[in-house]
Design a protein around this ligand. Structure first.
Ligand code: TYM
Length: 334
């Protein structure tokens, strides 16, 4: 996993085990990790410490962490190119967060749109929610990561990571690689099927909102057939005037890797019923084999424990080295 030995650059990304993974997580993140994994050394984390920024049931958090790890594998993450591990298993994440906290201006965190949105919905806001992007910066720069493949909603956090790394480097000397964000062309911002103006979200419990990666085919089909569209009866990539139709086309484009022109030609003269049917079949065809692999692997709970342990053992030295360098720069050790 050492960049200097092979000349390959390093990729880091992660997902919170805070709900049920959905097609937005797949198209915005995992699908692209899998497609590009052979080009890089990859570190894919299950960010359980981030999940704690909102209240979690402990038993469920534990179980969801394993579920997300299994989903990574079921979606095609190859351990020859990638390490997967749980964030809390490598204490350097928490330690570097503290060091970065001490160089990060409060105003930078108060400006984060995700913090503002989440804080507005809560009566009392925990410090962790505000500090969340600093932990995310620590995740990324601990591994000398060059690239961070994420959905559109995480772009601002990766930009903040760059600002924090640059600030630290300016204050204490070159210490961290400044990472670049990678956002997919299609599927970077999947919307809720019930409300195509809102982001598809893991935490929503509304039926028909999300297409969950472990939903059975009939549930997926039903949710898509019921998706909100409009009365224009026109199939076009027009997010402003046709957000529902755009969302379905966007999902279809990201899954099939077809161009917009090819898709428009395919649906020329056809109605919304036909569009929905095609999208449903494409989604089911993409998810069904993954679900089969998931349930096979889930039979043996010891398997994923072993994978998480080996993943953490494999990348811990990288994180500990970078933490040590930061500690030296700050005068904490020689
Ligand atoms: P999280 O867990 O909310 O989402 C995981 C990944 O899925 C993407 N995503 C979406 N993409 C398209 N459409 C959607 N509706 C959608 N919803 C989510 C996210 O952009 C993300 O790529 N803070 C991060 C987790 C994290 C992280 C990191 C990511 C912690 N440390 C370091 C990268 C690097 C988060 O909450 O993602």
């Amino acid at each position: 996993m050492n960049n200097t030995q092979t000349g390959k650059k390093r990729v880091f990304s992660g997902i919170q085990p805070s709900g049920n993974l959905h097609i937005g997580n797949y198209l915005g993140a995992i699908k692209n990790w899998v497609a590009e994994q052979h080009k890089y050394h990859n570190v894919f984390c299950i960010v359980d410490l981030h999940a704690l920024t909102v209240p979690q049931d402990p038993a469920e958090l534990y179980q969801k962490t394993r579920e997300v790890a299994l989903l990574y594998l079921a979606c095609g993450i190859d351990l020859e190119h990638c390490a997967i591990f749980a964030q809390s298993h490598i204490s350097a994440h928490s330690e570097l967060t503290w060091l970065l906290n001490c160089v990060t201006p409060l105003g930078w965190l108060e400006r984060m749109t995700q913090y503002k949105d989440k804080a507005a919905k809560q009566e009392s806001v925990g410090v962790g929610l505000l500090d969340y992007p600093v932990l995310m910066a620590a995740d990324i720069i601990l591994y000398d990561s060059h690239y961070v493949p994420v959905g559109e909603d995480q772009k601002q956090h990766v930009e903040l990571t760059r600002d924090i790394a640059i600030r630290f480097n300016n204050l204490y000397g070159e210490t961290f690689v400044v990472p670049d964000v990678l956002i997919p062309k299609a599927g970077a911002r999947v919307k809720g099927l019930d409300d195509p103006t809102a982001k598809m979200s893991k935490s929503s419990v509304t039926q028909g909102h999300a297409l969950r990666l472990l939903d059975p085919p009939d549930v997926l089909r039903k949710s898509i057939m019921r998706a909100t569209t409009d009365s224009l009866n026109r199939i076009a990539f027009d997010p402003e005037n046709q957000p529902g139709v755009y969302n379905l086309l966007n999902i279809y484009q990201a899954i099939t890797n077809k161009s917009q022109a090819e898709i428009l030609a395919e649906f020329e003269g056809k109605g919304y019923g036909n569009l929905k049917k095609q999208v449903a079949e494409a989604v089911i065809a993409a998810l069904e084999p993954m679900q089969t692999r998931y349930y096979e692997m889930a039979q043996d709970p010891a398997y994923i424990e072993q994978i998480l342990k080996e993943g953490a053992d494999r990348v811990r030295p990288i994180a500990e080295h970078r933490l040590r360098v930061a500690q030296e720069r700050l005068g904490l050790r020689k």
